[in-house]
Design a binder for this molecule. Structure first.
Ligand SMILES: Nc1nc2c(c(=O)[nH]1)N[C@H]1C(S)=C(S)[C@@H](COP(=O)(O)O)O[C@H]1N2
Ligand SMILES: [Mo]
Length: 322
């Protein structure tokens, strides 16, 4: 891996953050050299939301240090992103994961690869990550509960990892499991969900260059409460699709079981694409509260990534398949 000194991001010197010593002292050296070029074939793919945010004519130029997939919206403070979490394995309160996730042992860690693949097996985390350069991706995260954040992740494109296992022609979906261990994850002692937490994607969604396997955020390794040591980030879907602390990847011919679509089928189905036109049974999804902001802002179709991901759903009735 090569080292690269990154130019200091705007968010690192945001006015409300300069007094935070943790931010002030943060290293600016990142692993991974190809971030700015990776996915360059679809340059400006996030353009719709960017131009919307900036206004049409005379819009300020996009910062030169941003990669093609990055939003230039101000990232949420690291403090908020690591203290306001959903990770039911450590409790259902927003501050429970930060308080309780210290019991999770993230090393050694391995991932079981199963199902419709030529190369199944158990892979040590280091071996899973080794061939790939870690990239930074600044993505919006929209929770189904109508709050949102902007998070600078560190990770590797999911599709590049999945390809290495050589999915068979029968593989149409990919399923992910979180660790099941009530000793390390005290929330699993209560039957809040049918543990382990499980999620899944259609294979073409998983192969989309926006889909990220994240190992870090804010220039450092993931804190446990954010899904260490390995989590999914699928920024055009509601946050619950972005499963944390992954121990199993399974390729399937049929649509896999997913925790939330099973737990609350009246709320969301398998796809769970962010869609301001489809309300939650108990609230509207038209607007969202960006953590750290006062006024609500409109929610964008596919969370602002429509230009690059809408083609995945061509011909599908998005009011039915949500
Ligand atoms: N295993 C597991 N993964 C999970 C969850 C969870 O409870 N357990 N919560 C999901 C939800 S609802 C959201 S919004 C995001 C939150 O990620 P963050 O805490 O890193 O912001 O994680 C998702 N992944
Ligand atoms: Mo969520």
């Amino acid at each position: 891996m090569t080292h690269r000194i990154r130019i200091r991001h705007g968010w690192e010197v945001a006015e409300r953050e300069v007094t935070d010593p943790e931010l002030y002292l943060r290293r600016r050296e990142f692993l991974g050299a190809t971030g700015a070029l990776a996915g360059g074939l679809v340059l400006g793919a996030c353009g719709s939301s960017e131009s919307e945010a900036a206004g049409a004519e005379g819009a300020p130029a996009r910062r030169a240090d941003l990669g093609p997939w990055d939003t230039d919206e101000t990232p949420t403070s690291r403090e908020d992103a690591t203290r306001y979490n959903n990770f039911y394995e450590f409790g259902t309160g927003k501050e429970d994961p930060a308080r309780n996730a210290g019991t999770l042992r993230t090393r050694p860690w391995s991932v079981a690869v199963e199902g419709e693949v030529a190369r199944p097996g158990r892979v040590a985390l280091e071996d899973l990550l080794k061939p790939h350069a870690r990239e930074e991706r600044i993505y919006r995260l929209r929770c189904v509960e109508a709050w949102s954040m902007v998070i600078p992740w560190l990770g590797i494109p999911l599709g590049e990892v999945l390809k290495r296992f050589e999915p068979t022609s029968k593989a149409k979906y990919v399923a992910f499991d979180t660790l099941l261990d009530p000793e390390q994850m005290p929330g699993q002692r209560r039957s809040v969900l049918d543990w382990p937490y499980r999620e899944g994607l259609r294979l073409d969604e998983a192969m989309h260059p926006l889909s990220l396997l994240a190992t870090g955020m804010y220039g450092e390794d993931l804190p446990n409460q954010n899904g260490a040591p390995l989590r999914l980030v699928v920024p055009w879907k509601y946050g619950f699709k972005s499963i944390k602390s992954i121990v199993r990847i399974r390729f399937t011919a049929e649509q896999p079981y997913t925790s939330w679509s099973y737990e609350a089928p009246s709320e969301y189905g398998f796809f769970a694409n962010v869609n301001p036109e489809v309300d939650h049974p108990r609230w509207s999804q038209k607007r969202e509260r960006r953590i750290g902001e006062f006024r609500k802002r409109p929610t964008l179709p596919f969370n602002g990534y429509a230009e690059s991901v809408a083609p995945l759903y061509a011909g599908m009735d998005l009011r039915k398949h949500y």
